[in-house]
Design a protein around this ligand. Structure first.
Ligand SMILES: NC(=O)c1ccc[n+]([C@@H]2O[C@H](COP(=O)([O-])OP(=O)(O)OC[C@H]3O[C@@H](n4cnc5c(N)ncnc54)[C@H](OP(=O)(O)O)[C@@H]3O)[C@@H](O)[C@H]2O)c1
Length: 332
């Protein structure tokens, strides 16, 4: 496992972090705690030292299973010596998701609410000081009045958190650029993958210039870029991918993935490896956090850090697969 600096925080974080959304079950249908524990142990055994979770992942279930694994293996959670960086997220108070431009920031992220929510995160994770607290979603309207950051700065002063940041709303990867440029957040969590390369225009360069730590999420496009789906793939009833790949989206995605596969073939990488190495090729990215549901996925994903970097030639070929979803002028 190779490690990169987490922006100006200077922490050495593993190039592959653990995306722990599915560990909460719920949106990912059935998830056994045994598989989750085995996946966590395998990843940590292989040098993964950063885990990403959230209040919303199974209403704290993902956080609690992480705490259970870390205590069992003598990590810093529970007083051991193995250092694992924990990142979790506080959602805005109930309302539209993602927050709408007219939402009042003081209603969605009030001081007392953030504080109470953090206490719950600390309890679930079994620690009295969290490494990174992220606000789970945002609207760029709030850049003009980022009041919640005052609360987060105070919580840092009070020793409840070591760092803080924001996770982008899915439709607006550039929304945090002014906050990064002004040095107001330590960390961002962002989507960057072979299909969605738009952060390369603004968000990633600004992160690099400002020393903001970058967590790269959804590197597999919720599984499609692993190359394992066909147009006939079905998901369990309560798997959110029934919505994500609704209607003809799955067939359209698979057709594009097959074109990616044609470019990956002969490179020496499998499809999941190529997806992760493509993201790691961007110097702004501190850690890529693929979701992992079992030890086989943890092993496959964690081992990608030890593979040779992607050649500039392959990266250039994969850049051509950028997909601007949601642009109606191009047709479907
Ligand atoms: N801030 C936010 O709002 C937000 C939103 C999304 C995600 N995240 C974070 O980012 C992490 C990553 O995103 P994600 O989990 O949504 O999507 P992802 O990383 O694109 O896809 C993960 C899924 O792909 C499958 N998979 C993983 N490794 C594989 C491999 N080697 N071969 C084949 N299949 C494999 C697994 O699902 P199956 O086996 O069921 O196919 C896994 O759950 C999350 O876990 C979470 O921590 C944050």
């Amino acid at each position: 496992m190779n490690y990169r600096k987490f922006g100006r925080l200077g922490w050495d974080v593993s190039e592959i972090g653990f995306g722990a959304w599915a560990l909460g079950g719920g949106a990912w249908a059935t998830q056994s705690d045994d598989d989750s524990l085995a996946a966590l142990h395998k990843a940590l055994d292989m040098g993964v030292n950063l885990i990403d979770t959230a209040a919303g992942y199974g209403n704290g279930r993902s956080e609690r299973i992480i705490a259970q694994a870390l205590k069992a293996r003598g990590s810093n959670i529970g007083g051991g010596s193995e250092r694992v960086y924990l990142v979790t997220k506080t959602p805005p108070a109930p309302g539209t998701w993602p927050p709408a431009p007219h939402d009042d920031v003081s209603v969605r992220y009030p001081d007392a609410y953030i504080r109470a929510n953090l206490e719950e995160r600390l309890r679930n994770l079994g620690t009295d000081c969290l490494d990174v607290l992220l606000l789970h979603t945002w609207t760029r309207a709030w850049n003009r009045d980022p009041r919640p950051l005052e609360t987060l700065r105070a919580l840092k002063q009070e020793g409840k958190i070591r760092a803080f940041g924001i996770s982008t709303a899915e439709h607006d990867q550039d929304q945090l650029t002014p906050l990064m440029a002004a040095g107001q957040i330590d960390v961002i969590q962002i989507i960057y993958n072979i299909f969605d390369q738009h952060p390369a225009a603004e968000a990633l360069p600004v992160a690099l210039e400002s020393g903001t730590g970058v967590m790269c999420r959804v590197v597999f496009d919720e599984g499609s870029l692993t190359g394992k789906f066909t147009a006939e793939t079905t998901f369990p009833t309560d798997d959110f991918r029934n919505r994500y790949f609704a209607g003809d989206r799955l067939a359209r995605t698979v057709a594009r993935v097959e074109k990616v596969r044609a470019d990956v073939e002969g490179s020496g990488y499998t499809m999941p490896q190529a997806a992760i190495r493509f993201a790691l090729a961007h110097p702004a990215i501190s850690t890529v956090i693929p979701g992992m549901r079992n030890p086989a996925q943890a092993e496959a994903n964690a081992s990608v850090s030890d593979l040779p970097p992607m050649t500039a030639e392959l990266e250039a070929r994969l850049r051509k697969h950028i997909w601007t979803r949601g642009n109606w002028y191009h047709g479907k």
